[in-house]
Design a protein around this ligand. Sequence first.
Ligand code: EPS
Length: 391
Amino acid sequence: MRYQSAGESHGPAQVTIVSEVPAGVILNATSIDADLARRQSGHGRGGRMAIERDSAEILSGVRFGKTIGSPVAIMIANRDWPNWSDRMAQEGKPPHDLVREQSPRPGHADLVGAMKIGTQDCRDVLERASARETAARVAAGAVARAFLSHLGVEIGSYVTRIGAVVLPDQAIARKKAVFSATKIEVSPVRCPDEEVSQQMVEAIDEARAAGESLGGWFNVSVTGLVPGIGGYAQAEDRLTGALAGAVCSIPAIKGVQFGLGFEAGSLPGSQVHDAIINPGALGGRGIPRRAGNNAGGLEGGMTTGETLLISAVMKPIPTLTQPLQTIDLISRQVTEASKERSDVCAVPAAAVVAEAEVALVLADAYQRKFGYDTIADILKAFEAYIERISR
Ligand code: EPS
């Protein structure tokens, strides 16, 4: 399974095409919309989210509520488009009063993108570099998630830090890995602890008042995985790299860890590796289990069958209402960076986008192991594999 997306932030729509989707996956726009709404939420979002109500229109690949093996195309309309149709027109000449974006924001794609494509208007770059594009990723991820749910795989996420406010005892939080989804979904910042959520909300409000923005950390956890997804034989088979690449492809993500993560570099081996235990002791189906999960569910580039646990860091959003110094793109004179309407903090949204990226990587890896054409064949291969490794 793979996807591509297209669409400018203030153009008519975001679109995605998901290819290699097996036939027989139960899919409807309502379930995609649920994920789109989760991505839109979160304290710290700006004025744009009051305009948008993201909703998926399935254009192909689905018939009577099930996929038919052809590419799934999905469109999400940009409700802000009518306010931009002159400045973002596909045809004709620019309006006479067009204001070009010439003051690139440090930290955004503006400057390097403008140099790269040879434009004197950063809008040519920022419209696509905008995180608005992640709506299409979430729609694509919902297709992957629908496929994975046939195989018992569930994906969730939660926020562990916003600015200086941290969910206490990261190590415990990581080992526990899966928090109550209800607590996370009702939190205004996707944090499972009510008190910490409130502190995070306050930190965001303070940042907004100071013309600042905030980044943070989040975890993605995946349950229901079977061991042996991914591979060790070639670099590209290793799920660790594919997952890290996918999560780091999300705008503003600057780092990824698995399980114990960077702490693994400071401890001796005996305190890092997860002992293998007799499956019968846990009443499992006979599949070997681990005493802990410092590995975060991955060994040798493959799933171990334990919860997959990914942590990521998002930098603060580059658009600041108290702007940093920049230079004018054309005159090269020192000036202030442009002040676009923007979010103050989008860490909760990024966590939902990361769920989608992880779903797409896992769906592809499951297909490589169990097949491509139809859910029925994939389930047969899956059951046969579970049977074999349980013996
Ligand atoms: C973004 C700037 C803001 C965000 C946007 C990402 O949009 P606007 O410039 O229209 O105010 O709201 O995120 C989304 C629109 C979204 O759907 O996530 C940016 O510059 O990256």
